[in-house]
Design a protein around this ligand. Structure first.
Ligand SMILES: Nc1nc2c(c(=O)[nH]1)N[C@H]1C(S)=C(S)[C@@H](COP(=O)(O)OP(=O)(O)OC[C@H]3O[C@@H](n4cnc5c(=O)[nH]c(N)nc54)[C@H](O)[C@@H]3O)O[C@H]1N2
Ligand SMILES: Nc1nc2c(c(=O)[nH]1)N[C@H]1C(S)=C(S)[C@@H](COP(=O)(O)OP(=O)(O)OC[C@H]3O[C@@H](n4cnc5c(=O)[nH]c(N)nc54)[C@H](O)[C@@H]3O)O[C@H]1N2
Ligand code: SF4
Ligand SMILES: [Mo]
Length: 697
């Protein structure tokens, strides 16, 4: 028997753990952590093993399929490409270029070939109706980065390996493995932090897995963190602890804006004691090295933009930005900022609701109505790429309905699932173990500078195509229809270049002058050291200064007045992640779904008692968007007045061909999240803090 151990990194989440894959006679028999990886140091989570399940999953498509009256039919690649490009150009010829909509899902950022080739292909569609998971995720981080540092991807990450005080809001890295902060083995890093004498303080409406290991945890009323953060800034300034770097402007305007945001006022809104707010402000400002970090819970809520701006302001005015142990800018071997524009916001608005674009994309909360509302520029054909928006975006049922009305839909996706079942054609890319891997995005967000290239672990079968080959072949066909120009010649050349070649170029022009040849000599990755100070030179602003007084944000502060208490009997819904789930699409792995059910609505026992409900019973959870039925589980870990439901469930929709996932119980949280509930600053979906009522089912 031919046995070998090969190296790669797991691409399922942002932690990019190095893994060792044992292959016997062409089949994976073992996956374990790679101790030699300088970033992950051997860490993996249960999902790594599911890479093997993806590889072996009989439901995974390996050739294109086309919908026919008799069901799905396999077709050849060339025929599929011609069909797709023919239909899309036909729709655009008849209804204009914006009549084709695009949704880009999460796994795109985890695939080298998608990052190198997908944007060029999508650009050839020349549509303004582009959507992605960004607007139900990290948009507020990118907006704050764009406004303050001049580039949407210039994200400051907490230097957790050197900090002595970590203040976290709305993040549960012990379940999520960290996000907008690549820090594999987060639990171990926290223990090391505490061993150094450091403190971890967490603000979350649920006492989470991360709360269990934090030094302090405080409940916060969902959606009100902005008030807490403004009060922290207020208190830091009042205590005379504001000491921003000389290249920072706008402190007086911030001081004026937070003047009325006393800890007492914030306490009434957030449910966090004024004394606690004062203490945190004091501890943060006087800690040796402090970092404030906020994730999904403070991004996908009605004040996401204010929150992410305020987090930056807190780090900046306490002198913690760009210093070891504070928040710092990674310097990866391939500069991801070069591949993406600096960003822009509000250059155009969505047709139906007038929501602003960000970085060329419209908020996903408006996607269904852009399909359903008649008029010029209505979306009549959709392209979904690595996305499952029926389960992942608000008002999933409405989107289900909308997708059914399309003239044409193509999905680039390995599964016939809740979303792609609506497609006319599905183009499946080869799975992770058959692809080369270099992490272009997550080295840019990592808490340590490292670099790692891995050749594909397994050969791709001849009938399969890599994602980049699919984008290349669609892109070239889209370019063919019209006369050649210089712009198009560049696009064509780019599409024809392999990801390998692009990474090699990126490494060569990068700050460490590496090359693919050099990297391939160390398949466990190479260490490029801890994060280094880089400001003000690294700012993507001409004057090399940071202006805290951002109009877009300051003008939004009056809206905070609306943070009053809710209606009688109303509860606020928040989300939840579990170590063994991965957004909407990994429930087809028997290994991951086994064990106790984890789809229940969590609710504080007092809230159950008030409604005469009992633990385990079926309840109806209703919002302005709809109702779902689900079992309720009593939990003392929930803040009173708050209930929690995980997203990514709601399988077994007719036509979805997911043998294992279709047996997994639990409704889709996004059948009751509300597309009308957004952060008005940039249109981010507010899926946390949704008003709901819970009644006996
Ligand atoms: N209520 C609520 N909703 C949420 C969230 C929440 O916290 N609460 N979180 C939001 C967040 S942060 C995100 S990122 C989104 C994610 O939502 P989506 O962007 O929809 O991404 P996934 O749910 O990961 O779905 C991935 C899809 O890509 C396919 N896929 C998997 N691997 C590949 C691949 O290599 N190539 C291609 N082409 N396709 C692949 C899968 O089959 C699946 O259809 O969900 C958001 N939705
Ligand atoms: N196992 C697993 N790992 C994942 C994913 C997955 O689905 N499963 N998804 C990946 C993706 S796409 C992402 S974006 C990341 C997300 O990474 P995280 O943001 O760390 O993930 P969550 O577990 O959603 O953590 C959000 C926390 O915010 C809290 N919260 C909700 N509302 C509020 C609020 O108003 N204020 C405050 N302060 N807290 C609030 C929730 O209780 C929850 O604990 O995880 C990634 N990693
Ligand atoms: S934490 Fe788990 S899912 Fe994330 S990269 Fe590591 S092994 Fe993969
Ligand atoms: Mo995400």
């Amino acid at each position: 028997m031919a046995t070998s151990v090969r190296r790669t990194s797991c691409n399922l989440c942002e932690a990019i753990c190095g893994v060792l894959v044992t292959v016997e006679d062409g089949r994976v028999t073992d996956i374990r952590g790679d101790e030699s990886d300088p970033l992950s140091r051997g860490h993996i989570c249960p999902k790594a093993v599911a890479l093997r399940d993806l590889q072996d999953d009989p439901d995974r498509l390996t050739t294109p399929v086309r919908r026919t009256p008799d069901g799905w039919q396999e077709i050849g690649w060339d025929g599929a490409y011609d069909l797709v490009v023919g239909k899309l150009t036909e729709v655009q010829r008849e209804h204009g270029r914006n009549s084709v909509g695009v949704y880009l899902g999460n796994p795109n950022v985890h695939s080298l070939g998608a990052l190198t080739h997908m944007p060029t292909m999508v650009k050839q569609l020349r549509t303004r109706n582009r959507f992605s998971a960004t607007s139900i995720d990290q948009l507020p981080h990118m907006l704050a980065s764009y406004l303050l540092y001049g580039h949407q991807l210039m994200v400051a990450v907490p230097d957790i390996d050197r900090t002595s005080y970590l203040l976290m809001l709305g993040a549960n890295p012990l379940a999520s493995n960290g996000s907008m902060m690549t820090a594999p083995g987060f639990g171990r890093r926290l223990k090391e932090l505490q061993k150094r004498g450091g403190r971890v303080v967490l603000i979350d409406p649920r006492r989470t897995e991360t709360a269990a290991v934090a030094d302090e945890h405080h409940f916060v009323r969902p959606g009100t963190d902005a008030a807490f953060l403004l009060a922290l800034i207020h208190q830091v300034i009042a205590d005379g602890h504001a000491c921003p770097a000389p290249y920072v402007d706008g402190l007086p305007a911030v001081e004026a804006a937070v003047e009325d945001w006393t800890p007492e006022r914030a306490a009434g809104i957030t449910g966090i004691d004024a004394a606690v707010i004062r203490q945190i402000a004091h501890d943060f400002a006087t800690a040796d090295r402090a970092a404030c970090y906020g994730r999904v819970g403070v991004s996908t809520q009605q004040f996401g933009a204010v929150c992410q701006w305020a987090i930056q302001v807190l780090n900046i005015i306490t002198g913690n930005l760009d210093r070891p142990g504070g928040t710092m800018f990674p310097r990866p071997a391939v500069n991801a900022l070069l591949g993406l524009g600096r960003g822009h916001v509000g250059v155009w608005k969505s047709r139906v609701r007038g929501l602003p674009e960000f970085g060329g994309e419209l908020p996903v909360s408006t996607m269904a109505e852009e399909i359903l509302t008649p008029g010029a520029d209505r979306i009549r054909a959709m392209v979904t790429i690595a996305g499952n928006p029926v389960l992942s975006t608000p008002n999933g049922r409405k989107l289900d309905e909308a997708l059914d009305t399309l003239d044409f839909m193509v999905a680039i996706d390995p599964y016939i699932n809740e979303t792609t079942r609506h497609a006319d054609v599905i183009l499946p890319p080869a799975p992770p173990l058959e692809r080369d891997h270099y992490d272009v995005i997550f080295h840019q967000l990592a808490v340590r500078n490292t670099s790692r290239w891995n050749d594909a672990v397994l050969p791709k079968p001849p009938q399969a195509r890599h994602d980049w080959e699919i984008f290349r072949d669609l892109g070239i066909r889209l370019l063919r229809g019209t006369p050649m120009s210089r712009r198009k010649a560049i696009a064509a050349a780019r599409l024809r270049m392999s990801p390998r070649r692009i990474v090699d170029l990126g490494l060569r022009i990068g700050p460490y002058r590496l090359s693919l040849r050099k990297l391939r000599k160390s398949p466990g990755g190479i260490d490029l050291g801890p994060l280094q100070p880089a400001l003000p030179q690294a700012l993507h602003r001409k004057n090399k200064r940071i202006d805290l007084a951002q109009r877009m944000i300051l003008d939004d502060l009056p809206r905070l007045e609306s943070l009053a208490t809710g209606n009688d009997g109303e509860l606020l819904l928040i989300g939840r992640r579990h170590l063994r789930n991965n957004n909407s699409w990994m429930h087809n792995s028997a290994r991951l779904v086994k064990g106790k059910p984890r789809h229940q609505l969590l609710m504080n026992p007092d809230d159950l008692a008030k409604r005469d409900l009992t633990d385990g019973q079926l309840v109806n959870v209703s919002s302005a968007a709809g109702t779902v039925a689900v079992e309720v589980a009593a939990s003392n870990d929930m803040m009173p007045g708050v209930v929690s439901l995980p997203h990514g469930f709601g399988h077994n929709r007719p036509g979805a061909q997911l043998t294992i996932a279709n047996q997994v119980a639990g409704p889709s949280a996004n059948d009751i999240t509300d597309a009308d509930l957004t952060d008005t600053v940039a249109g981010t979906a507010a899926v946390n803090g949704v008003p709901v009522t819970v009644t006996a089912g």
